[in-house]
Structures are given as structure tokens and as C-alpha cells.
Write a protein that binds this ligand. Structure first.
Ligand code: MG
Length: 459
């Protein structure tokens, strides 16, 4: 089914039943045909299917006469950054991000280090479906090369973007949990280069993800929390499978939501560049708006997804962007998520202020957040969401903005609501935040009633 080849970002499917090597080769042919000429960079995360999928994809690309350079296992940000730095025409990451180990996928990156937008993906999909691929003759096939020091190149440039001397002097103790994903080859070495004492858990690259589930969140990071406390460490750093996300743990073992970390980092950046714009998604805490506005900056919200944030950052010339799930984008470096620089910026802030991460982040308030989910048959989700996009905004007070790409997001004066159909389960999820307990319950109750009624009306 070609019309659902691409999901929110890139292709992400279960290997075998939904994704085959034929598809990988055809996608390679489609990309080569799309580019017509030039060279691409390709890398993969630690998934068991990764090498095979890369091989099939590369065969497809070479058959169109486009050159390929392979990086092996590296984090997604390394692939995206080097695509830009080394002048490749596209970057390709074979990954299924934080999905379970049986998934595989392919994500595309533009030469400026930004992910392919849905318009670019659509063009690729049209080519993929048409099957009208460019076929290079035997003596004009693409050439293949291997680049061995990608991670070293990336690390050198990350360190250039922070005050490494200040960090070095502090000799922080850091626990790294790459979750057996691609960051195994980068984060422990980066942090060591900064003079930190590093202890790594789940540190062997392993596509079975034996250590923990790939999505870094409080429930999956119990071993890291325990280790940070036990070792008396200054910071814990965790990543997802392809390491475009970073989640940080304080010295007391608190897992800090990404939106609070963005608020902390943006505050420092905005002091130097007043009046700049910070971009985040609809589901980030209102506390971020308050901190950014108080520091003299503007905040802009987009639908969920790191590409959406990057597109807006580029359009507005923003200073920083990110998502609550642990995405951090620094346009002065590149346009892809950069959890490694975020980690360095936290260490830098600790070094400059003499305060612990926990103390720094305690200056950012936490507002009450509530979630619920309502059962709805998969085949009814679409029509229910369509109905809701008309009804829901009329039922809630204090609406500043309505964002209806990929779910319904309502930005309120004193909070926000996100209503999204699950991609994997027969449920619609409602998440909301407000500045007080009473208000968050009020918002959730009103939304739940409207969604429940709409589902009932479709039966
Ligand atoms: Mg990811």
C-alpha cells in the first residue's frame, strides 16, 4: 500500500510483515531517481536488520548512478550533520527510532541537515509507486566509499560549540545510558573528552535492546536513576535507539521533561540574543512560554514532530527549538536534533553557575499535566478526528491557537490540549496541561465529554 509508505517522519514498519528488502531497494532507486546525480551519505542504528536494509538500499541507489558513502552505526544527528558539513546531496538513516526491535525504517535528510518534509517525501513516494526509475548503464553506476571517522568529526565540532575548558575544570561525574542504541559509539566518548568521569550502562550496541525499551522515559530509565543516585553522579544522560533524543536525569534521580530543559537552555541563549524566537510543539509546557517571554524572546508552536520544528526555525530564523520528548535543535550548529550539544550545554551551565542540574532545573516550575485515553475502533478514528476538529475548539475557553496537523492541538491562555489518535492502538489520547490543578481537571473533563460524545455518535 504505497499511500501509507511514509508515516509522521520517514518510513517505519515491522520487518518481514510490513517492510521487505525489496521495498528498501526500491526506495534506494526512488531516491537516486529523485536526485538524478550526486552523492548520498548512509548510516544505521543498532537494529539487527540494519546492515541488510542498508545493503539493499545502497544497491538501489548505485543502480541509478548516484554515489554512496557508508558510515556504519552512528547516531542520526551525526548522519544529518555530516550530510551538511561534507556537502552530500542527501543523508539516509536506516532506523526505526525508539520503536520496538522488530521495527525497521528509513529516514531522509536534506543537504542542509534538515529532515525531508512531507512534500519531499510525497515526491519520493510518487516515484516509488510509479516504478519509473533511472537506470544507469553498467559503466556509469554509482561508486561506493566508506567514511570511518564520522563520530570523531562530529565530536570535535560539538566541543567547539561549548565552553569545554570550563566543563573540563569541574571533572563532573556522568552516567550515560545509550539504551544499546547508536549513541553507544558517541556520548561516552564525548563526555570523556570534556574531562568527565563517565560510567556507561546498556553500553553495547545491540539491536535486541536487552537493557531497556528504546524510548527514554521515567519508566524505562529506572536503572539509570538508580545508578546516578548510587554513584553520586552530577548528571544522567539517556538516548533512544537512533539517538536523536536526549533525556536528562538530575543528581537526585529526577527525570527532567524535555520542555523544562529547553526552557533552561533557551534562557541562557536568549540572554545573549534578546528578541529571538524559540520553536516548540503544541504539547510543551506553558512554562516554556513564560520563561522565553520573560527573557525577552518569542515562542512559536508547531504540530508534533522534529521536522515541523526545524521547518519553523528555518522560516523564522529561530535561535533554538525542541520537543518535550527530548528533542533539541540548535540552528547555529545544524537543523537536525542535537541531544549531544544539549548535554554539553547543561554541563556548561553547571560549570558557569556552580549550581547542580537539579538546582538549575528547580527554577523552572512544573505545571499539572493530565492524560487519558478513550477506546475507538481503528476504522472510526479518522471520521471521529474530523468531527472533533470542528467541534472541540468551540467547547473550550481561552483558545489562542488551533493546530490541526496530526491530531488537534489547542493552545490556551493558561495551558494546552492535544487530542491524537494512537498509531498502534484503537484509542484516542487526550493530554492537557494548565497552570492550576482545578483548571487542568476542568479542561480534561470538557475535552473527554466532547470526545466521548463524538465517538458515540459514530457507532
Ligand atoms: Mg529517534
Amino acid at each position: 500500500m504505497a499511500n501509507d509508505l511514509f508515516g509522521t517522519t520517514g518510513v517505519r514498519k515491522v520487518y518481514g510483515s510490513e517492510f521487505t528488502l525489496d521495498m528498501a531497494m526500491k526506495l534506494g532507486k526512488a531516491l537516486g531517481t529523485y536526485l538524478q546525480t550526486g552523492k548520498i551519505l548512509i548510516a544505521r542504528d543498532t537494529r539487527t536488520t540494519g546492515k541488510m536494509v542498508v545493503d539493499a538500499f545502497v544497491a538501489g541507489v548505485l543502480s541509478t548512478g548516484v554515489d554512496v558513502t557508508r558510515l556504519g552505526i552512528v547516531p542520526t544527528p551525526t548522519l544529518a550533520y555530516l550530510t551538511k558539513k561534507m556537502g552530500f546531496d542527501a543523508g539516509v538513516m536506516v532506523t526505526a527510532s525508539h520503536n520496538p526491535p522488530e521495527y525497521t525504517g528509513i529516514k531522509f535528510w536534506h543537504r542542509d541537515s534538515m529532515g525531508y518534509t512531507s512534500e519531499m517525501e510525497k515526491e519520493l513516494e510518487t516515484l516509488y509507486t510509479s516504478g519509473g526509475f533511472k537506470v544507469a548503464p553498467w559503466n556509469e553506476l554509482g561508486q561506493e566509499a566508506v567514511l570511518g571517522d564520522a563520530v570523531e568529526k562530529h565530536i570535535v565540532d560539538i566541543i567547539d560549540h561549548c565552553d569545554s575548558e570550563a566543563i573540563n575544570r569541574k571533572e563532573f561525574k556522568v552516567i550515560v545510558d545509550p539504551g544499546n542504541g547508536a549513541a553507544c559509539v558517541l556520548t561516552p566518548y564525548l563526555v570523556r573528552e570534556l574531562g568527565c568521569k563517565v560510567v556507561t550502562i546498556n553500553g553495547q550496541p545491540d539491536g535486541h535492546f536487552p537493557g531497556r525499551e528504546s524510548e527514554p522515559e521515567e519508566e524505562t530509565l529506572q536503572a539509570l536513576i538508580h545508578m546516578v543516585r548510587k554513584q553520586g553522579a552530577d548528571l544522567g544522560i539517556a538516548h533512544d535507539g537512533d539517538s536523536d533524543r536526549g533525556v536528562f536525569v538530575t543528581e537526585t534521580g529526577e527525570v527532567v521533561r524535555g520542555d523544562r530543559t529547553i526552557a533552561l537552555l533557551a534562557k541562557t541563549l536568549l540572554k545573549k540574543e534578546k528578541g529571538s524566537t524559540v520553536v516548540t510543539t503544541v504539547d510543551s509546557s506553558k512554562v516554556l512560554d513564560e520563561i522565553v517571554q520573560k527573557t525577552g524572546g518569542d515562542i512559536v508552536r508547531t504540530p508534533v514532530g522534529d521536522i515541523q520544528v526545524a521547518v519553523k526555525l528555518k522560516e523564522l530564523g529561530g535561535i533554538m527549538g525542541g520537543e518535550a520528548c527530548g528533542v533539541f535543535i540548535f540552528p547555529s550548529f545544524h537543523m537536525a536534533p542535537e541531544p549531544f550539544l544539549a548535554a554539553c550545554k547543561i554541563l556548561e551551565m553547571m560549570a558557569h553557575t556552580g549550581k547542580s542540574f537539579g538546582v538549575l532545573v528547580s527554577e523552572i516550575p512544573i505545571y499539572p499535566l493530565l492524560k487519558t485515553k478513550l477506546q475507538v475502533a481503528n476504522d472510526k478514528k479518522k471520521v471521529v478526528m474530523q468531527e472533533l476538529s470542528g467541534i472541540l475548539p468551540k467547547e473550550i475557553d481561552g483558545i489562542q491557537d488551533v493546530i490541526t496537523v496530526d491530531g488537534i492541538g489547542l493552545v490556551l491562555d493558561d495551558g494546552w490540549v492535544l487530542v491524537r489518535p494512537s498509531g498502534t492502538e484503537p484509542v484516542i489520547r487526550i493530554t492537557c496541561e494548565a497552570t492550576t490543578d482545578d483548571r487542568v481537571h476542568e479542561i480534561l473533563d470538557s475535552c473527554e465529554q466532547v470526545v466521548r460524545k463524538t465517538i458515540a455518535s459514530q457507532k
